[in-house]
Design a protein around this ligand. Structure first.
Ligand code: BES
Ligand code: MN
Ligand code: ZN
Length: 486
């Protein structure tokens, strides 16, 4: 969605929208629209939209109001995004080609206005490349938004939120692409392209290098696939030269068939988005680099395809991780932790981070526990956990803290190796987190986000249509703003 700014309303504006707070209409809106809003029980609640046609200087003009709720609300930012998102949802395929967003009497700050635009742009994102026979009514008609009367400071605010939008869109693209298009090597190439010219330094490890480093767990997952595995590291040095970096690590299983412990056929297509953690990490790096964040952040993606061919690993195999710890692979479908443990260990050795946050579509149990509302947060550090929770509240990418502890850890002890890759069915998300924790260096603050319920949605949301949500990018970007730049 193309967003531009203008001083005055375009003379040919056919669709003009304004933002209304709870129980108050903006000054100077057409009396017909004010009456229409009352008649339609428009209260200015977040995401509520009313629209109608008026005659203006001999032309038919469509006018609309979107609600942004209470200006003092704790989730004000999310509500402003909802207002923008609701306009995009309403008019994207409405037949209207351009929307003039009139903020002249809106009382929004520059940050508020930028949040509205972020919501608008994110909700307007679609992936239509593979749809060659769209019906007219399904086709996107809305091509651009002209913002009029934007508050002072909008340029800086939108430079920041626009960069964030690019990051979220990149994540959505990666998550949406099918596994015949997106596999470890093509994931890397797409990231290279997205980050070209940003100053991000890229390092890639191929199978041979990972073999040399002893990454038996990650390579074990990839060995049943024709597609070679990769580790991708993206280094952004926008902060003080000597400040230790924050490390983001993502699970990038570009397709999870389950391997020899193969998944049932129904719903297996969903496992193209089993790289949602890596997708969120890559999108965050795009956002941070494009807005030139004053922070040192390194994004690392463990990229593999989990397939069951004649060379695939078997249940019962014992693999040796780069850390030296051995793992009995009870279930080849619990592959995410096998990928992450080597990626986590390597990245901690390589970058000596101040803190580590990993993101993964790790367990179905997480989605059973928290549904599609919040990601599970597991952490060995209360400060890090608190900061991520706060960033979740502010950004709308919510997290809920889950317990960890020695009693859960015991459940993954193995009689033949240092650990097994699954525990009992109970507490499945927690034992997965305990597995990862065994690869975190003592004293390093670490948080694990299980985003299995969050990366994809079969229902449209405030900032996405059906499908990829872009979850995680706004959360991590907000964390960087609050903690590393604040
Ligand atoms: N990628 C899946 C988890 C998943 C399931 C993500 C549904 C999103 C939606 C993961 O690799 C997996 O298969 N986990 C198993 C673990 C089990 C074998 C211990 C699961 O959750 O069933
Ligand atoms: Mn799996
Ligand atoms: Zn998986």
């Amino acid at each position: 969605m193309h967003i531009t700014f203008a001083d005055t309303l375009p003379t040919d504006a056919a669709l003009i929208a304004s933002i209304a707070n709870k129980d108050s209409l903006p000054d100077g809106i057409a009396p017909v629209l004010a009456e229409g809003a009352r008649r339609a029980r428009f209260k200015g609640s977040p995401g509520q939209v009313v629209d109608g046609f008026v005659e203006h200087e001999g032309k038919v003009v469509r006018v609309a109001l979107a609600g942004a709720g209470d200006p003092g609300a704790k989730d004000r930012r999310a509500n402003l995004e909802k207002a923008g998102g609701a306009l995009a949802a309403k008019f994207l395929t409405s037949g209207e080609e351009s929307l003039a967003l009139d903020l002249t009497n809106s009382s929004l700050s520059a940050d508020d206005a930028a949040a509205v635009l972020l919501g608008l742009r994110l909700r307007a994102w679609r992936w239509d490349e593979y749809r060659t026979t769209q019906k007219d009514a399904e086709k996107v008609s809305l091509k651009g938004v002209v913002v009029v009367g934007a508050p002072e400071g909008i340029d800086a605010a939108w430079a920041r939120e626009g960069a964030l939008a690019e990051g979220v869109e990149f994540t959505k693209e990666l998550v949406t692409l099918p596994a015949n298009v997106l596999y470890p090597e093509s994931f890397v190439e797409r990231c290279r392209k997205a980050l070209e010219g940003t100053g991000i330094e890229i390092t890639v490890l191929d199978d041979a290098e990972m073999e040399k480093l002893g990454m038996g767990a990650l390579l074990g997952v990839g060995q049943g696939s024709e597609r070679p595995s990769r580790i991708l590291a993206m280094k952004w040095n926008g902060g003080e030269a000597n400040a230790k970096p924050t490390l983001l690590v993502g699970k990038g299983v570009t397709f999870d068939s389950g391997g020899i412990s193969i998944k049932p056929g129904a719903g297996m297509e969903d496992m193209k988005w089993d790289m949602g953690g890596a997708g969120a990490v890559a999108g965050t790096m795009v956002a941070l680099a494009k807005r030139k964040a004053k922070a040192n952040v390194i994004g690392v993606c463990g990229l593999v395809e989990n397939m069951p061919d004649g060379k695939a690993q078997r249940p019962g195999d014992v693999v040796t991780t780069m850390s030296g710890q051995t793992v009995e692979v009870i279930n080849t479908d619990a592959e995410g932790r096998l990928v992450l443990c080597d990626a986590l260990h390597w990245a901690q050795e390589e970058y000596k981070p101040a803190a580590v946050v990993d993101l993964a579509t790790l367990t179905g149990a997480m989605l059973i526990a928290l549904g599609h509302e919040q990601a599970g947060l597991f952490s060995n550090d209360d400060t890090l956990a608190g900061n991520l929770s706060t960033a979740g509240q502010t950004s709308g990418d919510k997290v809920w803290r889950m317990p960890i502890g020695p009693a859960y850890d015991k459940l993954i002890d193995s009689p033949i190796a240092d650990m097994k890759n699954v525990g009992p069915r109970e507490a499945g998300s927690i034992t997965a987190a305990q597995f990862l924790k065994r690869f975190i260096k003592d004293g390093t603050p670490w948080a694990h986000l299980d985003i299995a319920g969050m990366a994809w949605s079969n229902k449209p949301g405030a900032t996405w249509g059906k499908g990829a949500t872009g979850y995680g990018v706004r959360l991590l970007d907000q964390y960087v703003r609050d903690v590393l730049e604040g």
